[in-house]
Structure formats: structure tokens, C-alpha cells
Design a protein around this ligand. Structure first.
Ligand code: SAH
Length: 579
């Protein structure tokens, strides 16, 4: 969504030496659909002309000298990354915000070098103004102000921002004080400073059969002018299904490059409007077309707020108007990212989790997790850290803040949807779909632990939490019994804590009735965290006292065995099942 990605694009790779050619082949093998290999320095300019991006195994100076005569605009030129002979650095040389920074990161991930990023905003870890709100569809009205305002922002001068609170934008690093520049996010014609136009307006259109595009646009422009609204903020035109073939409406949308949607009459009939008409009702089955279509945003979506009521076109000839338009502003729609941070180690946090953390302006979670990722957040992001226990409040706070229009990240360890915050948060939505929700998977404890122990999850397995704080113990016993009887490898989360010290022993007693005494049990405490500890025991010898709330316990199936100190469950059982 809006992020610059080089996927499906052509990356030219230029290499002059044997080491460079080897590295070029590594890139070609890593990205077979994207890479085209070129020869030595002499082919750099060809690669630059042919491709969307270039990786050159050349000195920065050599590359710049060779490309200088070909350089044009940064928005249209190929992005260029140079990598040194020893594969130590991947330098984003040209087009940092047009793919080179990202490509330098990707190259580094494959070749094991360090990305060198020199664009000012990225060096400070801050948001670049030219991409601000791009994934929300913002357009910059006066791009000539991007550079001067960007410089103020980066130099730490106080910059005022108006209108950001209604949009799920990433944090800007703003200083308090007498403002020296202004950023406005506004759909009003009158707006000051560096102006971003958000796609906030829907223009509902009603039309008589045979209407011209000129007349539709006349009604639209009159309605926008009446509200003092900018046409650059029109997200779409909308009308009723009966008008879906009306050439004048389709042509009007095409001329302005606006999408156009047509809603079913019964949906529009249910929308509250100030100017219903019985004539219109008899004709198309809804008492309002322009006002209702402007407000209606789809099933379960909140209605847009009507800001300009039905406005008629004014034909020069004095005949009756054939087009009407009304304008509504879409409801604030925040963003909630549910992010799993993985079991603990930094290199098990997924790149997508990092991107979503940087996308957020409010980050909510347990203090012990947030402390681990503070350095990944954008300067200016608000961090709301809470202690253990207040899960419900955390979920509620995240949802309410997202509903107010902000970009919120709710983080948890492992996967946020596994015995964690995602379900209480999503439960709060009930019927109204008023927030964009993005889930980012994390490596859950069972996977972190199984990889340390060997391959205990090689065949069917069950995951059971032994915490009876939210689940009645008899329900847990029923599931433990079923897993034991079904011969599932079974992973216990929340196996034991100071206040819950007997459940694990009880659960293992159930297993003893169904599995041989030498069945392996693997435990991992603090998987991938400092002090990580793993051990393997057997059903007969296992001591629950070794286990605490930072541990997962994996009970093998009757086929699980220990090979060279590793716990292994065979993938297929070739003998007949007897139990
Ligand atoms: N959402 C988390 C699970 C939360 S429940 C996830 O997907 O991993 C908390 C339980 O998870 C703990 O009691 C423990 O059993 C297990 N756990 C979480 N992280 C762990 C780790 N790094 N090592 C071992 N067990 C862990």
C-alpha cells in the first residue's frame, strides 16, 4: 500500500570485477524475477536507462562520473545503489526516496553488508515530507514548499501541523514553540503553508437521463464552491445503481480522474438526509440520490457527514436543471496494527513488524516489550507502556485511540493473536467497521521453542494454555484429555506460575494414562532471550517445579523420540495405529 517497493520491477546489476560478478550472481539468484545482469562499468549507463533501479559494484565516484550526463529528475531516474569491492557497504547514491534507500537495505540483507543511507530525514529516522500520507492518498498541493519546510523540521525549528489528528499518519518529530512553518492537512480551499489534500470528500450525484458531463461537473463544482472545498480532496463520485450507465456521470468522473461508485437504491433509502423527495422516490426507489450517495460508505461503515446539501446545476438556457450534487466528508478512519514482536530476539522481529512500528504514531503495549523496540520507533511517536495485567484496558485504549483517527500499534510478544491482545481488541468492534486493522504475524513461543528443541512439531500437534484465570479448569481438563487420547504432540503455554502451581502436574497425570513413561518432554525457558535454557526429560522423570511462566512445555506423541539430544516427531507413521 503506497510504500515504495521494487517488487516486479527491473533491477540492473553492473559488475566489473570477479568479486563483483560473484555478488551479482548472488543477487540474481535471490531475486530471479527482478535482476538483469550487465557487464562492466561501460554498461552502467545502459542499465540506468533500461531499468527501474541499478546496483553497481563500483566506487561511488566512478558511478557518479559515468552517470552525470544521464541524470534527470529524481522522480523518473532509476535509483542507484553502489556496493564496494569488499562487500562492506551498500550506498544509496541516487533516488533515496525513490527506491534506493530500500534497495540498499535489501542488497545488504542478501550480501551481509551495511546499508549507507544519507537522505536527511532517514538519517534522523524521521518521516520524509514527500511521502507523508502517501499511503492514505494525500496529494501535495504546493510541492515547492516541501524542501523549505522539510529543512525547518529537520533542523528542529518549531513547525505547526493542522488537521493531522483526523488521519492515521506516522509521527512527525515536532518541536514546541513559536512556529516557523506550517503544514496543513485540509480539504478546504483556504489552507495555509505546505498543504496536503486528503481524499476526504464524496460527491453524491443525481442526474436526469441524457445529462451531459459538463452539466454534472457544473453541479459538482457549485457544490464544492458552496462548501469552500477543494476538488483535489474528492475521493470519488457516487450515485444510485439505476444511473450506472449514465454516460454524463461516467464521463465527468473520467475527465477529473475520480473513481465513481453506484449504490443500490435500498441502501440509499435508509440514509438520513435533509432534502428527501417523493418524486425521486417514485422514480428510482430512494427519496434521495445525491445526498444519500454522498453519505453512504458501504455496509457496516459509518455514514459520511453531509457538509453541502443538494445543489443544482444552472444551465445557461434557462431550462430545468438535469444534475444535482451534494458533498459529504468521510468519517475519520484510524488504523490499528496488531503486531507480534516474536519471542524476544531482535533478529526474530519481522521486517513488516518494524515497518508497522514506524508507521504508527501511538504505540501501546507492555512496558517490558516496548523497552526492547523503542529505538525502532519514529522520533515523535507516543509510547503508552503499561504493566502486566491491564490487558482489557490496553485493548480498549488501542481501539479508542484508533477510532479517534490515529495510527495505533498494539504490540505483544510472540504472535499478537496467540493468547494475546488481538482478540480482545477485535472483539470491541462488534458491528461498526470504522478502523483499518492490519495484523502482523510474529513467531509464537511454540515455534521458537520447537526449533531449539529439534523438530517436535513434525506431525499433528495441539496447543493448550494451562491458565485457568480466563478458562474454567474442567474445560482445560477436557481439552488436555482429548489431546492425550488423540496422541497429539501437545504444547503447554502458561504452564505454571507462583499462584498456579498444580495444573501442570495434573495435566501430565492425564498424559501418563495415555503415553509410555519414556515419552519425551521438552521445555524451553526464555526462548531467544538472554538466559535461554532448554532441557529434555521424560514423562516419568519430569519435574514441574523446574517450570515457570517464562517456559513452554512440549509433550511428545507416542512416536516422538530423542535423536542426538534433539526431540524429533517423525513426519509419517508407517506402522498401523493401535491406540
Ligand atoms: N503471544 C505469546 C504468548 C503469550 S501467553 C506468543 O505467541 O508466544 C504467555 C506464555 O507464552 C508464557 O507463559 C510462556 O508459556 C509462553 N512464552 C512466551 N514467550 C516465550 C519465550 N520467549 N520462551 C518461552 N516461553 C514463552
Amino acid at each position: 500500500m503506497g510504500r515504495t517497493t521494487l517488487n516486479q520491477k527491473l533491477i540492473g546489476v553492473v559488475a566489473a570485477t570477479a568479486a563483483g560478478r560473484r555478488a551479482a550472481r548472488t543477487l540474481a539468484a535471490a531475486w530471479p524475477d527482478e535482476v538483469r545482469q550487465y557487464g562492466g562499468a561501460g554498461e552502467l549507463r545502459t542499465a540506468f536507462e533500461d531499468c527501474d533501479a541499478v546496483v553497481a559494484f563500483l566506487a561511488v565516484g566512478a558511478a557518479v562520473r559515468s552517470l552525470a550526463p544521464s541524470l534527470g529528475r529524481k522522480s523518473t531516474d532509476a535509483a542507484v545503489v553502489c556496493v564496494d569491492e569488499a562487500l562492506r557497504h551498500a550506498v544509496a547514491v541516487l533516488g533515496g526516496h525513490h527506491g534506493a534507500n530500500e534497495l540498499a537495505e535489501r542488497v545488504s540483507a542478501v550480501l551481509g553488508c551495511t546499508p549507507v543511507i544519507t537522505t536527511a530525514s532517514d538519517a534522523a529516522g524521521a518521516q520524509a515530507l514527500d511521502g507523508y500520507g502517501a499511503d492514505l492518498g494525500f496529494r501535495v498541493e504546493n510541492p515547492e514548499l516541501l524542501a523549505p519546510v522539510g529543512v525547518k523540521l529537520l533542523s528542529g525549528a518549531p513547525v505547526g501541523v493542522v488537521g493531522a489528528e483526523d488521519w492515521p499518519l506516522p509521527a512527525l518529530d515536532i518541536r514546541e514553540g513559536e512556529t516557523e512553518a506550517l503544514i496543513s492537512i485540509s480539504d478546504a480551499t483556504e489552507a495555509e503553508g505546505l498543504v496536503y489534500r486528503p481524499p476526504s470528500l464524496v460527491v453524491g450525484v443525481g442526474a436526469a437521463r441524457g445529462v451531459t458531463a459538463e452539466e454534472v461537473l457544473d453541479a459538482v463544482d457549485r457544490a464544492l464552491a458552496a462548501g469552500g472545498l477543494s476538488a483535489a480532496s474528492v475521493a470519488r463520485l457516487a450515485s444510485v445503481e439505476a444511473k450506472a450507465g449514465e454516460a454524463g456521470i461516467l464521463e465527468a468522473a473520467r475527465r477529473r480522474d475520480w473513481p465513481v461508485v453506484f449504490h443500490p437504491a435500498p441502501e440509499l433509502a435508509a440514509v438520513d438526509v435533509p432534502n428527501p423527495s417523493s418524486v425521486v422516490l417514485a422514480e428510482v426507489g430512494t427519496p434521495s440520490v445525491s445526498e444519500a450517495a454522498a453519505r453512504y460508505d458501504g455496509p457496516n461503515r459509518p455514514l459520511a457527514e453531509l457538509i453541502v446539501p443538494k445543489t443544482k446545476s444552472v444551465p445557461d438556457t434557462g431550462r430545468a436543471a438535469m444534475a444535482t450534487a451534494a458533498v459529504a466528508r468521510l468519517a475519520v478512519r484510524g488504523r490499528l496494527a496488531l503486531i507480534g514482536l516474536g519471542p524476544g530476539a531482535r533478529d526474530l522481529v519481522s521486517p513488516r513488524a518494524v515497518a508497522e512500528l514506524r508507521r504508527a504514531s501511538v504505540v501501546i503495549g507492555l512496558d517490558q516489550y516496548l523497552d526492547q523496540i523503542r529505538d525502532l520507533l519514529r522520533p515523535g511517536a507516543e509510547v503508552r507502556a503499561t504493566g502486566l495485567g491491564s490487558e482489557e484496558e490496553r485493548a480498549k485504549d488501542a481501539v479508542e485511540t484508533a477510532r479517534s483517527g490515529r495510527a495505533v500499534a498494539l504490540v505483544g510478544s510472540g504472535d499478537a493473536g496467540v493468547y494475546a491482545m488481538a482478540s480482545p481488541a477485535l472483539d470491541l468492534f462488534a458491528d461498526l467497521d470504522d478502523v483499518d486493522v492490519v495484523g502482523v504475524p510474529g513467531i509464537t513461543a511454540s515455534l521458537a521453542a520447537s526449533n531449539i528443541l529439534g523438530a517436535p512439531l513434525g506431525h499433528d500437534h495441539a496447543v493448550i494454555s494451562l491458565s485457568d484465570l480466563h478458562t474454567p479448569w474442567p474445560a482445560i481438563v477436557r481439552r488436555v484429555t482429548a489431546a492425550a487420547e488423540g496422541d497429539f504432540v501437545t504444547v503447554f503455554y502458561n504452564p505454571r506460575s507462583r499462584g498456579r502451581d498444580w495444573q501442570l502436574g495434573h495435566a501430565l497425570d492425564i498424559f501418563r494414562r495415555h503415553r509410555p513413561p519414556n515419552t519425551p518432554i521438552g521445555c524451553v525457558r526464555d526462548a531467544s532471550r538472554p538466559g535461554e535454557r532448554a532441557w529434555i526429560s521424560t514423562l516419568s522423570e519430569f519435574d514441574p517445579a523446574d517450570v515457570d511462566m517464562y517456559t513452554v512445555v512440549l509433550v511428545g506423541s507416542s512416536h516422538t523420540r530423542v535423536a542426538a539430544g534433539r526431540m524429533v516427531t517423525p513426519r509419517g507413521y508407517t506402522w498401523s495405529e493401535t491406540s
